[in-house]
Design a protein around this ligand. Sequence first.
Ligand SMILES: [Zn+2]
Length: 158
Amino acid sequence: MSSQPQVRISYELPPMFEEINAKFKINKREILFAWNDPIHGPTIYNPARIYPIPQPLIVHELLHISRQGSTVEQWWQKYIADPQFRLMEEIPAHVVEYGAWISTPGVARSQRRFILNQVAGRLSSDLYGGLITFAEAKRMIKNMEKESRGPDSRDIGF
Ligand SMILES: [Zn+2]
């Protein structure tokens, strides 16, 4: 069984949705929102009702939740207002997401380039405000994911 921490899934709009939508023009895009709720606990808002939510996307949101700590509203305010902060939060989230995709059972090594292109394509997209080029996103995600597996990762061969 999974060792994921408990996370609540809500189909409602997240708190601060008007501010978030004013910045990112969410409209009807399929987007998840991480919210480390001090009362209800870690929550992923899923107003587009994505089902099932792929595990790598849950891992991505949990990374945000872990960094929101006890100041979730301040985290979101900074995320909306500060592109550099947003980039620094999204890079590790995309790295863990990529790592989860490529270690999913049944995903072949030959599919990694396709997955990397997808994940880097999103990180460099206008969804996040064009924070980084596609080439930079690819390089960072690939290298940081490799580093996260430690110095012996090249010998594992999976
Ligand atoms: Zn994210």
